[in-house]
Design a protein around this ligand. Structure first.
Ligand SMILES: [Zn+2]
Ligand SMILES: [Zn+2]
Length: 313
């Protein structure tokens, strides 16, 4: 089987990978399309030092083998985190926090940058017929955007900022804009900011600082440590900072500032797939096209600076 294997240092294109075999409760998925996430790039930089295996966690595929016959031959997407099934977290609906979880393409489980992948059947979601594969591929990052609205109440008169002008920011911005709130996106790249204009006000660190603006809720989706530093400067006292960035390395911040000003810091990771699939199927999320590469061209795909890179399998 062809696939992209992380050997602890780099991604290696291989054609000799064994086709995965389903374990109990798993389905076999033939991958149609996979997408590169910033997290994959962080894996290459050492974000998951113990991981060895097939990379990737964003995919659309077709189920070939499953105990659930209704899934066979159907296009599907899937969640990343497979829990142990019996710990405190798994028993209380928090499988993604299971301490023994396997995470596809990141921890103890091969990912989707390959012709086939196995996944726990209960993590699989069917793609609605009318939703094309090129759009369904955005389900996982869009679900991560919906996690914010399931964690924090955003009332329509709250002043909210999203930091970052990348893919995840664009999805978060569209999800938060549905609340009708006063929303500002703070980015760096004028050409990228164009895409945000129909959903939010846009600005740069400089324009926002000059205007002396502060925010009640700030979502950091910069993917870098600098995001937290900027959020700290722009957050109102007793405000809430939602952290979406995961990166290799640590942030160096003065935590006392958060104590004294009673700032809430909330981590936010994977979110619910069904709302994301509904919104995509209803065509209510506007996204630029994904640029597709061959697995062999992985270096180009990882270096791609446009909206979203992926692999056609
Ligand atoms: Zn992702
Ligand atoms: Zn568990």
């Amino acid at each position: 089987m062809k696939g992209l294997y992380f050997d602890g240092e780099k991604a290696v294109y291989r054609e000799d990978l064994p086709k995965p075999v389903c374990r109990e409760g798993e389905s076999l998925i033939r991958i149609l399309m996979a997408a590169v996430c910033n997290t994959d790039r962080e894996v290459l930089k050492g974000y998951r030092p113990d991981f060895r295996g097939v990379m990737g966690h964003e995919f659309v595929g077709v189920v070939e083998e499953s105990e659930d016959e209704t899934l066979i031959g159907k296009r599907v997407v899937g969640e990343l985190n497979a829990g142990c099934g019996h710990c405190l977290y798994c028993r209380t609906g928090r499988e993604k926090h299971c301490p023994d979880r396997k995470v596809i393409g990141m921890e103890g489980k091969d990912g989707c940058f390959a012709e086939y992948m196995t996944l726990q059947t209960h993590l699989i979601h069917r793609v609605p017929e009318e939703l094309p594969t090129e759009k369904a591929i955005f389900t996982e990052p869009l679900a991560a955007a919906f996690e914010i609205t399931s964690q924090v109440h955003i009332s329509p008169d709250t002043k909210v900022a999203v930091l970052g002008d990348g893919r995840l920011s664009l999805m978060i911005t569209q999800v938060l804009s549905l609340t009708g709130t006063d929303l500002t996106v703070i980015g760096k790249h004028p050409e990228k900011m164009e895409k945000f204009r129909s959903f939010a006000k846009t600005g740069t660190e400089q324009t926002v600082t000059e205007a002396d603006e502060t925010f009640e809720i700030i979502v950091d989706a910069t993917g870098a440590e600098a995001g937290l530093q900027l959020a700290k400067r722009l957050i109102r006292r007793q405000g809430t900072i939602i952290l979406k960035s995961t990166y290799a390395g640590t942030a160096n911040v003065d935590m006392s500032y958060f104590v004294v000003n009673e700032i809430t810091i909330k981590g936010s990771r994977c979110g619910p797939f069904e709302p994301a699939l509904r919104m995509l199927a209803q065509n209510r999320i506007s996204l630029p096209e994904i640029e597709l590469f061959d697995l062999k061209e992985h270096e180009k795909a990882f270096a791609y600076r446009g909206f979203k890179a992926g692999f056609r399998l």
